[in-house]
Design a protein around this ligand. Structure first.
Ligand code: NCD
Length: 305
């Protein structure tokens, strides 16, 4: 059975096809309104979410299907001590596809071993977030018409930010994508990513703590939130949380066609004063999530027929 646990579960060709289908959905929404009639999506969120869960649910409803699930563990039998494996064995009998988010790295993989239906990883701890990456790629592709030949700055919490891990993995398969990795020393990307992806594929990158000095080089700037929930020590979080705040002043040196992305939610890292700047693409990015998740649901249901 085909699941979406990590972004590497899809080939570059499959990713490009998902982007094309998403663009077609945006152009011809009506064509897709009954594609999942009679199908049920379960959204099992063991961790908070606004965009990911609601865009998955909106995606399934827009495909003519139905949704069920929970948005926190308080209302499920997890509080009684049920294991993830048992929850999945049961819910996969009630649904045709499951999107799940879990605080533990690897939980969706465990789920996939216990499921009769496809599992979609909607974020596992500080590890991966492949559906976010697919909507990020859709947004970059809409803005630049290509996923090759550009420089992307990834800024903020590169250590715990799962969106960044999946995005770097995906972009490493495109041609001439350069990375500017901007973070405080303590929040640099994990070594495994540097070894297994960046170094192994000989990718052009720099690591820096300085956003202002490097902003002029960037075609895409991917801002991230410092992941409070992954810190063991509140003091460290407080010290690091406002290291980067993107505002009009910092944007003065940026390219006129810079594309500013953020998976959201933002805390302080993007000042609302730039929301109306044509370079601010993060709300469009969030909306693209719905269309990309429609394409993902369609693909996984089709492949697992
Ligand atoms: C991200 C996540 O959950 O990893 N949010 C999202 O899915 N759009 C980013 C974050 O929480 O900072």
């Amino acid at each position: 059975m085909k699941h979406l646990i990590g972004i590497e579960d899809f080939t570059k060709e499959e990713i490009n096809e998902l982007i094309e289908v998403s663009k077609d959905i945006i152009r011809h929404k009506e064509k897709y309104s009954e594609k999942c009639k009679g199908k049920i999506l379960a959204t099992l969120f063991f961790e908070p979410s606004t965009r990911t869960r609601l865009s998955f649910e909106s995606a399934m409803l827009s495909l003519g299907g139905n949704v069920l699930g929970f948005s926190s563990t308080d209302s499920s039998s997890i509080t009684k001590g049920e294991t993830l494996a048992d929850t999945i064995k049961v819910v996969s009998g009630y649904s045709d596809i499951i999107a799940m988010r879990h605080p533990k790295e690897g939980a969706p993989l465990v789920a996939s071993m216990n499921s009769k239906v496809p599992i979609i990883n909607a974020g596992d701890g500080g590890h991966n977030h492949p559906t976010q990456t697919l909507l990020d790629l859709l947004t970059i592709s809409k803005k630049r018409n290509s996923l090759d030949n550009f420089t992307i700055g990834l800024c903020g919490d590169l250590k715990f930010g799962r969106t960044v891990h999946s995005l770097i993995t995906a972009l490493s398969n495109y041609d001439n994508v350069k990375f500017v990795l901007i973070s405080p020393e303590e929040l640099k990307i994990p070594d495994y990513l540097k070894e297994d992806i960046i170094n192994r594929k000989n990718i052009d990158y720099i690591e820096t703590e300085d956003l202002e000095k490097n902003i002029n080089k960037l075609d895409v700037l991917y801002m991230t939130r410092v992941q409070k929930e992954r810190f063991l020590n509140e003091e460290d979080y407080v010290r690091l949380k406002d290291v980067y705040i993107l505002n009009n002043k910092k944007l003065e040196k940026a390219k006129k066609d810079l594309c500013i992305l953020h998976p959201l939610p933002r805390v302080n890292e993007i000042s609302p004063e730039i929301d109306n700047d044509p370079r601010a693409c993060y709300f469009e990015q969030a909306e693209n999530g719905k269309y990309m998740r429609m394409a993902i649901i369609l693909k996984l249901l089709e492949e697992n027929k």
